[in-house]
Design a protein around this ligand. Structure first.
Ligand SMILES: *Cc1c(COP(=O)(O)O)cnc(C)c1O
Length: 652
């Protein structure tokens, strides 16, 4: 293939001066170029069945997995430095920041939905599917979280430079849309997601309205993910993703058979190709999670024929359109993201009962596993099998439960991970021998972020009676979510109130939760706390990252955990709604569930301190039994199994 053919396939002049040091006929930012061309050829081949995966956000975590190498200078704002910590050791917070200096992860995600989409693309590459992702290049990302003493979370606009971000390519093609009675031109970008063995890739297409030709207010449409000042803004963003996304695929000559809508945000895509086959994944049972728009607001953006179609297929009442309903009506296949979530979704949308399947979420094994644990698994390949080829084989870890050498090695690997965390938090006196627990995720009401801090006196008593405790919190609240903001304030002031008790109880809240911190924490703590109010957590995925590293679960019975609850992966506690009932988010049951949480925590804490010596020597111990059970479950809760299920049951 000559250089011109390569450029045509990719859609831009990759031999331009600016890529001189990073792209050659053989290599692409330190990775092989050939798989890119093979993937492009397949997607552009009409004889090949290909899939488009549309999502508002993608969490790709290149700083923790398959980092592209560049010889070019990277803009300073693409680096992340200076994370602060809020703790019950205030003097430390004042004098130290976290020892963190790394490439910013492409800031086009806000949380679990985006990370799932990113992990799905990685597994699609691992499985060598012909699939392309479609998303938006958020020029100002989500936001940067700062903590101010006594002020709580102060959101700051994030700035980054896509032009010097390693691996991101601006394309030469553009697409045009007519929205709001005006023409909108969209710039296109490409990013390539490599498989584990670097032998295949999945391309990701990103749309961007930040062009000088567009009116100023339109340029800002792709600035900030989930900015929600008004309905018009949200509708414009959804039109860009849905309608613009399909036009972009066409402009690049991709021949797509199946369009997959990851969440209802992209539901307007069907306006572009009403005759096409759509599939839709619903991700939330929380009412506020379903997009609803008034017809008169939609009519500001879309034309009368489009409005008529939407009214027919998505109207909930005369004047309101529900994008979830629209996606369900226009898709031939619909799925929820865990078994329990399937039941709840069927209750919420009884008219679509028959159509709604469940495909349980997963995580991308190779992104989230720590090196020390991966090495232990490699050493026991004979018993486990080639888990790097097929992570489903991790269920075989259970056959090693009585293998003293394996148990000892697993515990040692965990200790190594814990040392890395203790080193990261050394200024806050973290001790790798001490029982460590984390709660880290988006701050959302139903996730009950402050449950563990309901009774700080009791927490203290526990740490004095049974053994010292270290706690790490992290999480961002949406800048326009007042309740989330209040949660953070409340948590910071409770943490502050424990000042002076740091001999037995060290509590920290890390600023600016992202995929890098997610990996650090899910790899290294002893216990992962997950306490949503059932049944509002559709799946949850951070616990899956933890079990992959032998980290025990302390969880309510919700989302994916329902499917692993019998496997003894830690402790399950708390309220369970009556069969067939959804209940309300208004009654969070904080008092009752906090009591049950402290009891379960005491149980785990005492097992931890009782068995430490046995864990070290590989002797039988309840703790390591549970660690092995966790790893065994990771054979199921991964995106390779998940994408295989999508291929078989949704995309056929
Ligand atoms: C995995 C991940 C999440 C999802 O966490 P849940 O427990 O499913 O809510 C959110 N944010 C980041 C940065 C993650 O890596």
């Amino acid at each position: 293939m000559d250089k011109d053919q390569i450029c045509t396939l990719i859609g831009t002049n990759v031999f331009d001066e600016k890529f001189k040091e990073d792209i050659t006929e053989e290599s692409f930012f330190g990775f092989p170029l050939k798989p890119l061309l093979e993937a492009e050829e397949l997607l552009q081949d009409p004889a090949q069945k290909s899939i488009a995966y549309l999502s508002m956000e993608f969490g790709l975590a290149p700083s923790v997995y398959h980092t592209f190498k560049t010889n070019r200078e990277i803009a300073e704002e693409n680096y992340l430095r200076r994370h602060q910590v809020f703790s019950n050791m205030r003097a430390m917070d004042y004098y130290h920041v976290l020892p963190l200096e790394k490439l910013l992860d492409i800031p086009i995600y806000s949380g679990g939905l985006g990370v799932l989409a990113g992990d799905a693309l990685k597994s699609s590459a691992d499985l060598k599917l012909s699939l392309a992702g479609v998303g938006i290049l958020w020029n100002k990302g989500y936001f940067k979280q700062n903590f101010w003493f006594r002020e709580g979370q102060i959101p700051e606009e994030l700035r980054w430079d896509p032009f010097t971000y390693p691996g991101l390519l601006p394309l030469e093609k553009f697409v045009k849309l007519r929205l709001n009675g005006e023409e909108l031109k969209l710039k296109l970008w490409k990013y390539y997601i490599f498989s584990q063995d670097k032998a295949s890739v999945t391309p990701l297409l990103l749309l961007d309205s930040n062009l000088p030709e567009n009116p100023e207010y339109m340029r800002k449409l792709t600035d900030q993910l989930y900015r929600s000042d008004n309905a018009w803004w949200k509708i414009m963003q959804r039109a860009i993703l849905g309608i613009g996304g399909l036009r972009a695929l066409q402009a690049l000559g991709y021949s797509i058979d199946k369009y997959h809508l990851n969440e209802g945000h992209a539901a307007l895509a069907f306006l572009e190709k009403p005759e096409k086959s759509f599939a839709y994944t619903c991700h939330t049972p929380v009412e506020a999670g379903h997009d609803r728009f008034a017809i008169h607001d939609l009519a500001q953006v879309l034309n009368p024929q489009q409005i008529a179609l939407i009214k027919k297929l998505g109207a909930e009442s005369g004047e309101v359109v529900n994008l979830t309903l629209l996606a369900m009506n226009t898709s031939s296949k619909v799925n929820a993201v865990a078994k329990k979530h399937g039941e709840i979704t069927r209750l919420q949308f009884p008219s679509h009962r028959e159509k709604i399947q469940s495909i349980t979420n997963g995580v991308h094994t190779f992104t989230w596993i720590s090196d020390p644990v991966a090495k232990v698994l490699d050493k026991h390949k004979k018993q486990i099998g080639d888990w790097r080829k097929d992570p489903k084989l991790l269920t075989q870890v259970l056959s090693l439960k009585d293998d003293r050498g394996f148990r000892q090695a697993l515990w040692k690997a965990h200790q190594e991970n814990k040392k890395a965390l203790a080193d990261f938090l050394r200024h806050w006196h973290f001790d790798p021998q001490c029982f460590t627990l984390a709660w880290a995720r988006r701050i959302a009401n139903y996730k009950r972020p402050s449950l563990l801090l309901q009774d700080t006196e009791r927490l203290l008593r526990l740490s004095r009676k049974v053994g010292p405790i270290q706690i790490v919190f992290a999480g961002k609240a949406h800048p326009q979510d007042n309740l989330g903001f209040t949660y953070i304030n409340e948590m910071l002031s409770r943490i502050d109130s424990m000042e002076g008790d740091r001999k037995t109880l060290r509590v920290t809240f890390l600023e600016n939760y992202d995929t890098y911190i997610a990996k650090l924490l899910t790899n290294s703590v002893d216990v992962w706390l997950n306490n949503p109010l059932p049944p509002f957590e559709a799946s949850g995925t951070s616990g899956m990252k933890a079990i992959l590293n032998g980290v025990l679960q302390l969880s309510t019975l919700d989302g994916w955990v329902v499917e692993a609850a019998e496997a003894n992966i830690g402790r399950i506690f708390g309220y369970v709604p009556p069969e067939g009932k959804i209940g309300s988010e208004r009654d969070l049951k904080l008092k009752e569930d906090a009591d049950l949480l402290y009891r379960a925590l005491e149980d785990l804490l005492s097992i931890y301190y009782r068995t430490r010596a046995k864990n070290e020597s590989g002797e039988p111990s309840e703790w390591v039994d549970m660690m092995v059970n966790c790893l065994g479950q990771a054979g199921y809760f991964n995106t390779q199994r998940m994408i295989e299920e999508y291929s078989r049951r949704i995309w056929d």
